[in-house]
Design a protein around this ligand. Sequence first.
Ligand SMILES: [Zn+2]
Length: 316
Amino acid sequence: MTAFDSFPLGKPAFVSDILDRAAYLRCDDAKLMALESHRDTRAYVVYRDSLVLAQEADGPRALLGIDEALKFGANPGTIFLGLRDGAAVFGMGISAPAVESLLPRNDVAVSELRGLAMQGAVPPNQLSAIAMAKSLVNWHQRHGYCANCGTRTAMKEGGWKRDCPNCKAEHFPRTDPVVIMLVTSGDKILLGRQKQFLPGMYSCLAGFVEAAETIEDAVRREIFEESGIRCTDVNYYMTQPWPYPSSLMIGCTARAINEDIVIDRAELEDARWFDRAEATLMLKRQHPDGLAGPHPFAIAHHLVGRWLQIELGSRA
Ligand SMILES: [Zn+2]
């Protein structure tokens, strides 16, 4: 076993995209209608932060047939997600009353997506498409009226656009950039905890990129606002789609200039420096005080794990 094997990082949730988005089909209404009725076509049915699954003997199944989804009460409007192995995959919403009627059934499950991802109850290579369905279904539910003139808008292009019939404005699904960063100072990293975190859990600091702001400036600003730490040497590591409702987590590293933490109590309950030994125990959930790092499904786990990996690798 090499030192690297101590942290088989894999990938965070929502990044293993095996779907061909086939954007050229979005404007082809006739083709999309034909795909909807094709026997190989499947759909994900999303309700708020949850997924509607068929409950089978060997576990839950997220990919439903279109007819099956409609029988469960899914809304008829479909969002074209793309092609998987040549077969079309759509996203569908479902109303609260329809979900209520499903709850007593033992052949259907309505389960929160975060829990499904954390437990591995849905194949990891489907989570990206499910995140796409969730973000788009939620966007349509929240953007039924034109922000320009207030007229009811209509879904177009397989669900990738809404048009206003009155002022002709076009509305597109938005993605909100969020920076999440691992701040280092020598052999230590800065982690914080928000009040709503599970007891003992610490993670990387994060915040939304603001209007007309670079990623580098957002990293430096958020760290300073939340912890009083000034940073330099901002580097990009990786990104993670985060469908709550439509963020893109931009994972970065940064080097601290000072170490005296001043916590913004409105944002954080605590923030501390952790050395490698402590961070290792936290990721492994073996810390003697019950402290824990972020879950492997989150990009923060991978930022911390990669930092530990590099050090372990250099010692191997
Ligand atoms: Zn309008």
